[in-house]
Design a protein around this ligand. Structure first.
Ligand SMILES: [Zn+2]
Ligand SMILES: [Zn+2]
Length: 245
């Protein structure tokens, strides 16, 4: 059993971006949360499983003004959302963030019946799937496609990218070419058949990401990747969709 102090890890990337994650979770369940440093305020995209308090363990998330943007409301992305004063989400996900019961967040479907060994490399101290609850974290701001998230010296553009979930959001920063794609596109098995998924919308979101020509893609799970891998993954996805007719 992993104690609280060893649960979270931060890994700095270029351009003031830091990965915040839970390395003891198995990769499919391990959410990548992305911290973006700004002059006036910071941004965190997604908030992990929430079994242990997040901000208490990470000074990075505690000492400066910070916005939390929730890419979508699956349990592995919103567990610690309630710890943040400013919570941004797309209108189509807002109801779940307000009432994040285990059915709506897909915990019941993907995790409640899973063996601990499936979800974790080693479980955290005190883990009991039967007692897992996410605290309500009603949105303080609804965000729509095309809106800007202004951190003072840098601006990230909000992209509504449905497909994996109805109100899924991604973020693109023009100046640095950073695309935070979360669960729409990562370098691992994509989930296209969960409740709320929509393949037609998914295909359109993937095409849109290709058109942006990002320099680096940070996904919601697995490792970050560059433009060549983006084209490989996107084209494989679109070819498979075409083959299915
Ligand atoms: Zn998801
Ligand atoms: Zn996820």
């Amino acid at each position: 059993m992993i104690p609280e102090r060893d649960w979270y890890e931060t890994i700095p990337f270029a351009d003031g971006v830091t990965l915040v994650h839970e390395p003891w979770m198995s990769p499919f369940y391990r959410c990548n949360c992305w911290h973006v440093r700004g002059r006036e305020r910071d941004l965190l995209v997604d908030a992990g499983l929430g079994h242990f308090p997040l901000r208490r363990n990470l000074p990075l998330l505690r000492d400066r003004p910070i916005l939390l943007l929730v890419s979508h409301t699956h349990f592995d992305h919103i567990g610690a959302a309630f710890e943040f004063e400013e919570r941004l989400v797309h209108p189509l996900e807002a109801a779940v963030l307000e009432r994040p019961d285990n059915a709506a967040t897909l915990f019941d479907r993907y995790a409640a019946g899973a063996q601990d060994a499936q979800m974790f490399l080693e479980p955290p101290e005190g883990w009991d799937a039967r007692r897992y609850r996410i605290a309500p974290a009603p949105a303080t701001r609804l965000v729509h496609d095309g809106e800007a998230i202004d951190l003072g010296d840098r601006v990230l553009r909000v992209l509504h990218t449905p497909g994996h979930s109805p109100g899924h959001l991604a973020l693109f920063e023009e100046r640095t070419g950073i695309l935070i794609a979360q669960d729409v596109l990562y370098d691992g098995p994509l989930v296209t058949d969960c409740p709320g998924a929509d393949m037609t919308a998914y295909v359109a979101s993937i095409r849109r990401m290709l058109e942006l020509s990002p320099r680096i893609v940070h996904g919601g799970h697995f490792a970050s990747f560059g433009p060549v891998r983006l084209r490989q993954l996107a084209h494989a996805f679109l070819a498979e969709f075409d083959a299915r007719g």
